[in-house]
Structures are given as C-alpha cells and as structure tokens.
Design a protein around this ligand. Structure first.
Ligand code: PGA
Length: 242
C-alpha cells in the first residue's frame, strides 16, 4: 500500500496547553499528516511543526480576501500563519452555518487562489440514504464544485466523503458502503477529466478501523475528527496509512 493521507480535524476542541502538548507529540513522531486546529492555535501549530512531516490546515475560511467582515478569517491570513490546507463544506458548516454548494465553490476558489489545498467534504444525511438518495446527493455536491471551478482547478482539490450519520456517532460506514461510494465518485471524476484527485473517507475513523478503511483500494486517505484529539489514537491511524 502506498502512503495514504491522514487529516485531523480538531473541530472546536482544545486549549493552548492541550494544543502545545499534542502538537509536540506529533512533531516528535513526525508521521506524514495534516492537522487542523481551531484558528487561535494555527500559528503555534505552524511554528512547532515547521520542517516536520506534519502540515497545518484550517477548518474554514472566508472567500473574500479582506474587508469589513467581522469574525471572518481569509485565505491570505491562513497562508500568512503557515497553513497549507483548509477544510471546506464540512457537514457541520453546511448544516449550522449555511455553507451551501455556491458558497463552497467560492471558498474553494479562494483557497486555490492563495495556494491552499482545499479538503472538500461531501456526504449524505441518514434520511437521504434511507430513501436511496445517497449517491445522488454526494455526486451533486461533487459536481457542483467541479462545474463551479473547472476540471483543471479541481485537480488541486482533496475530497472527503463523510456520511453525516457516521460523523461523531462512533460507528463508521461499512467497508462496502465506503467502497461503493468511492467507486461512484471516482467514476464521476473520470467523466469530468479529473481522475487524479484523492478521495478520503471520514466519519468515526478510529485506530481499530483505520487499517481496514485505508486498505481499501478506493480510499486514498482518512479525515479524522474525535480520534485526532488524542496523540496515541491519531498516531496509530497515521501509522496505518503507511
Ligand atoms: P469523527 O468526525 O471522526 O469524530 O466522526 C469526522 C469529521 O467530522 O470530520
């Protein structure tokens, strides 16, 4: 198995002390990965991890570069503090903060404009899956971004399939469900002439299921929430990605 990608999304958890301790452990282990702490800890993360195999990402961005947008953080600012990645379209952003496909497209465009690699999240709700709409929903979200920015730009994007019902539930999607969705997404990417794009899986990835998920041919990496807050768990997942 070739090296696969592990991205950790801390969400709104942590403190300065916790971040310093966890980041130091990641630095010592030096396993290839991306960590996405909350905004206040990004600068510390980038400083601590400089020169290591661990890259730093933000959990979101405003698509405009500067201006009177109280509370927002722009792409140039993320670059300025040392970020290389940014999560866009996470289901929590879509559900709680109105991040719809049109806004996701603007944010992906802004990230690329400033040399940040966007990690674009797509995924269906349980009720959509139960109604047999999972693939439709996910492929619509994917195509919205491909059509919005064009295939050439899309080649610089990472995609994470995160079924909403698996996020934070403790129960990941089955290997069959993940493989089936990833194969469908891969076919859509091929149709759109952007076959090289990496497809990650996210949703209750833990040390004990990461190995199996990462061994799937169709899975190029994982996006990890809860388990990325504990050094031992995150590092075990990173080890499984080798
Ligand atoms: P989880 O979160 O690993 O805690 O399920 C994943 C995510 O929301 O990216």
């Amino acid at each position: 198995m070739s090296q696969k990608l592990v991205v950790g999304n801390w969400k709104m958890f942590g403190s300065r002390a916790m971040a310093a301790e966890l980041l130091q452990l990641l630095r010592d282990a030096n396993l290839p990965s991306v960590v996405c702490p909350p905004y206040p800890y990004l600068l510390m993360a980038a400083d601590l991890l400089a020169g290591s195999a661990v890259k730093v990402g933000a959990q979101g961005l405003e698509y405009r570069d500067e201006g009177a947008y109280t509370g927002e953080v722009s792409g140039p600012m993320l670059r300025d503090v040392g970020c290389s990645h940014v999560i866009v379209g996470h289901s929590e952003r879509r559900a709680l903060y109105g991040e719809n496909d049109a806004l996701v497209v603007e944010k992906v465009r802004a990230a690329l404009r400033h040399g940040l690699t966007p990690v674009v999240c797509v995924g269906e709700h349980l009720e959509q899956r139960q109604r047999g709409l999972a693939k439709r929903v996910v492929l619509d979200q994917l195509n919205a971004v491909i059509n919005g920015i064009g295939a050439e730009s899309f080649a610089r994007v990472l995609v994470a399939y995160e079924p909403v019902w698996a996020i934070g539930s403790g129960v990941a999607a089955t290997l069959d469900d993940v493989a089936e969705m990833h194969v469908a997404m891969r076919a859509a990417l091929r149709d759109a002439n952007c076959d090289g794009v990496a497809l990650l899986y996210g949703g209750s990835v833990k040390p004990d299921n990461a190995g199996q998920l990462l061994s799937l041919h169709a899975v190029d990496g994982v996006l990890v929430g809860g388990a990325s807050l504990v050094a031992d768990s995150f590092l075990r997942i990173c080890s499984a990605a080798k």
